[in-house]
Write a protein that binds this ligand. Structure first.
Ligand code: GLN
Length: 196
């Protein structure tokens, strides 16, 4: 089994580490690998689109010819998890900021996203939140985090914070506005690696 992390910009090593820890914990024989090319994308059984800067990641995905194939694979059932900037890219609809920066979304999930939704004074913070499907509260690290402002269709809301949706699932795809790779709790990566 191979779990890939899109490695063009952003929080890549943290996700690779958390994937390795989680595989060990679940007794899964597998590898966690960075994905920068079409060839690397073809061989993964799971794919994470990490946090970072969504405009930059969207440009690089396009430049490396990865965007279209990610969409095809996602529509065919490849488990994908987008965190923070990665969550923004999974959205069907963006906000003014997405439009202004020409950020190209992948449109894989039925939700609208608002970038930097938690305000400047609170650039980053950690808070325990309830996540549908997890027994214990999850320590969610928010860093200049977006919010899921509206969901429709087949998109299911899994977590809220301060009245805003911060995690959603649509079939084989998970979107989180926080960073599950940074808090030392493998709960969300476990949920993800059990999605096949
Ligand atoms: N604010 C960033 C963006 O809009 C996302 C921040 C993150 O991924 N930690 O792309």
């Amino acid at each position: 089994m191979k779990a890939g992390v899109i490695a063009v910009q952003g929080a890549v090593p943290e996700h690779l580490n958390m994937l390795r820890t989680t595989m060990e914990k679940l007794g899964i024989q597998g590898q966690a690998v960075p994905v920068r090319s079409k060839r690397e994308l073809e061989v993964v059984d799971y794919l994470i689109i990490p946090g970072g800067e969504s405009t930059t990641i969207s440009r690089l995905l396009k430049r490396f010819g990865l965007s279209e194939r990610i969409v095809e694979l996602g529509n065919r059932g490849l488990p994908i998890m987008g965190t923070c900037a990665g969550c923004i890219l999974l959205a069907k609809e963006g906000d003014e900021e997405v439009a202004k920066t020409g950020t190209e979304l992948l449109h894989l999930m039925d939700f609208a996203v608002k970038r930097n939704a938690f305000g400047r004074q609170r650039e980053s913070f950690e808070v325990p939140i309830d996540v549908k499907g997890l027994k214990d509260k999850f320590p969610a690290v928010f860093i200049r985090a977006p919010a899921i402002s509206r969901t429709w269709g087949k998109c299911e809301r899994l977590a809220e914070y301060e009245g805003r949706t911060v995690m959603a699932k649509q079939g084989n795809i998970l979107a989180l506005t926080f960073h599950p790779e940074l808090s030392g709790d493998a709960g969300i990566h476990e949920m993800f690696l059990q999605m096949r």
